[in-house]
Design a protein around this ligand. Structure first.
Ligand SMILES: Nc1ncnc2c1ncn2[C@@H]1O[C@H](COP(=O)(O)OP(=O)(O)O)[C@@H](O)[C@H]1O
Ligand SMILES: [Mg+2]
Length: 263
């Protein structure tokens, strides 16, 4: 079991407050409100196009909020109210908080021209200002953790998809994130490689207190690692439940239909 079980009393780490996201005149998220507490692992499920990736990309500051606020550890993140007006926060202030947030994508996104080690130490050295020696030591520990100690000097193109994704996970962890965002990290993998990546993530879930926001179609995995599951449809949360309830006794018809289709 994880070191701590988040309870109602642990502080919110991510808060969405009336978040609106539009692309042109297409409203993807319409006044979305939810909270993720410290150490909590929350899985987002729902049909394709329901806004799950957009939510993660907003937290990662890869997309701009149309309206509303995101708070990180209770502090306004990208926008705040100042003199009664909603204004953008200074890029420097956003960037400082953003270093605490890591993301792993469906398509690995490793730097192809760098070795495995160089991929992992890049941000700790250039963003956090760690010494190269310190970054290398940590990178090797993390490669050990993901079972790739022997691939330090390999280039990504020489690795299998599962190995590349494990490097991407190590790269995210090298920033010592408080929040880890996982967007369908096994969806691009051949079926026989899914297990090794999920195994690494289970290990991280069990042995760290990192707050995780997870999008996955691996329902067994979601059931095992999540404290809470949010069912999305058309940019709205239609059901919010513990996995034992969500996966065995969902209340909403749309949740039942969705789970029937994917299980
Ligand atoms: N950059 C974009 N430009 C226009 N529409 C987008 C963009 N990104 C996402 N969308 C639209 O937003 C909706 C939600 O997408 P997404 O968050 O990727 O959903 P999910 O991850 O749940 O499949 C979809 O209708 C998608 O087409
Ligand atoms: Mg998506």
């Amino acid at each position: 079991m994880p070191a701590t079980e988040p309870t109602e009393r642990t502080a919110p780490v991510i808060t969405f407050e009336n978040v609106v996201k539009r692309f042109g005149d297409h409203t993807v998220l319409d006044h979305l409100n939810f909270e993720v507490r410290k150490g909590e692992r929350v899985t987002l499920i729902g049909p394709s196009g329901s806004g799950k990736t957009t939510i993660l990309r907003l937290v990662m500051t890869l997309e701009d909020l149309t309206d509303g606020f995101i708070y990180i550890n209770g502090e306004p993140f990208t926008y705040e109210m100042r003199n009664g007006r909603r204004v953008e926060r200074r890029p420097k202030d956003v960037a400082k908080v953003a270093t605490k947030i890591g993301m792993v994508f469906q398509q690995f996104n490793l730097f192809p021209n760098m070795t495995v080690l160089e991929n992992i130490i890049e941000a700790p050295v250039h963003v956090l200002g760690k010494s190269k020696g310190e970054a290398v030591t940590r990178a090797k520990e993390l490669l050990d953790l993901v079972g790739l100690a022997d691939k330090v000097d390999a280039h990504p193109s020489r690795l299998s998809g599962g190995q590349q994704q494990r490097v991407a996970i190590a790269r995210a962890l090298a920033m010592d994130p408080e929040i880890l965002l996982l967007d369908e990290v096994t969806s691009a993998l051949d079926p026989e490689l899914v297990g090794e990546v999920l195994g690494v993530l289970r290990n991280i879930a069990e042995n760290t207190d990192i707050t995780m926001l997870i999008v996955t179609h691996e329902m067994q995995f979601a059931q095992e690692v999540s404290h809470r599951v949010l069912m999305f449809d058309q940019g709205r949360i239609i059901e919010d439940a513990e996995p034992s309830v969500m996966f065995t006794n969902p209340q909403e018809k749309r949740t039942k239909d969705f789970l029937q289709a994917v299980l």
